[in-house]
Write a protein that binds this ligand. Structure first.
Ligand code: NDP
Length: 250
């Protein structure tokens, strides 16, 4: 057991997009360290159930909520359901996200609207819904991307826009929440091994070639930063975007 075990005893959390990938790693980490954790997902019923079961088997508490981030009412229901089931909301992590790539020539407006809704609008709605219920010491964390700082590849205009939007949004939210003792931060992961970057992706070799550490990150390495930002240790950290990328942007 690390010295940081049970940092989140008596804390409650809601992680959007927690059924797989980075979100699931954050759910596991917060639960391992004592938080009761609710998480949303859109499609992966079996993975969501399995995650709840594995956390419960380890003696933790987790609740899966099917809620589509494209839908404002679903997000609001996820926040109210978290408070109903867990009694409070101390930590909100917006991890749900989708990656759409393509040149502006053939990128559909529907795909643009969907990615904006899931990656940007949902985070704003979740923060707005959490605002009346979150107390002093609360934590809001969004998962942006290195794509918010550097596009690097053609075909990334819409995705990069959604991630750059988080950089601005969390600055404003941090100011809105500062007097209430709630911090707001954004994590910018570099390329990380999840379903979003599958091992058989044709572009994987070229991405790894751009990684100074010679490998993709792991979801657990991103969860470590989320756990730090969610902890009491990060009480003076707010309004900032934190890059965790194995030197990708260096
Ligand atoms: P995954 O594709 O592995 O997982 C995405 C998660 O988001 C799933 O739990 C999925 O739920 C959920 N989700 C997707 N759409 C919706 C929706 N409409 N409503 C609710 N939940 C939804 O992605 P990652 O874990 O890789 O990505 C997590 C975040 O990290 C994203 O914001 C992504 O942009 C960002 N990121 C990822 C990087 C990477 O290299 N992997 C790098 C930088 C940033 P379901 O299982 O039900 O579909």
């Amino acid at each position: 057991m690390s010295t940081h075990s049970k940092r989140f005893e008596n804390k409650t959390a809601l992680v959007t997009g927690g059924s797989r990938g980075i979100g699931a790693a954050i759910v596991r980490r917060l639960a391992q360290e004592g938080a009761a954790v609710a998480f949303t997902y859109a499609a992966s019923d079996e993975k969501a159930k399995a995650l709840v079961a594995s956390i419960e088997a380890d003696g933790g508490r987790a609740v899966a909520i099917k809620a589509d981030s494209k839908n404002a009412a679903d997000i609001q229901r996820a926040v109210s359901s978290t408070v109903e089931q867990l009694g409070s909301l101390n930590i909100l992590v917006n991890s749900a996200g989708i990656l759409g790539l393509g040149s502006v020539d053939d990128f559909s407006i529907e795909a643009f609207d969907e990615m904006y809704a899931v990656n940007v609008r949902a985070a704003f709605i979740a923060a707005k819904a959490a605002s009346p219920v979150m107390e002093r010491g609360g934590r809001i964390i969004t998962i942006g991307s290195v794509a918010g700082s550097q596009s690097r590849f053609p075909g990334s205009s819409a995705y990069s826009m959604t991630k750059a939007a988080m950089v601005g949004m969390i600055r404003g939210l941090a100011l809105d929440f500062a007097s209430r003792g709630i911090t707001v931060n954004n994590i910018q992961p570099g390329p990380t091994a999840t379903d979003m970057n599958p091992a058989d992706a044709p572009y994987l070799d070229s991405i790894i070639g751009l990684m100074p550490v010679g490998r993709l990150g792991t979801a657990d390495e991103i969860a470590s930063m989320a756990a730090y930002l969610a902890s009491d240790e990060a009480s003076f950290v707010t309004g900032a975007s934190h890059t965790v990328d194995g030197g990708y942007l260096a």
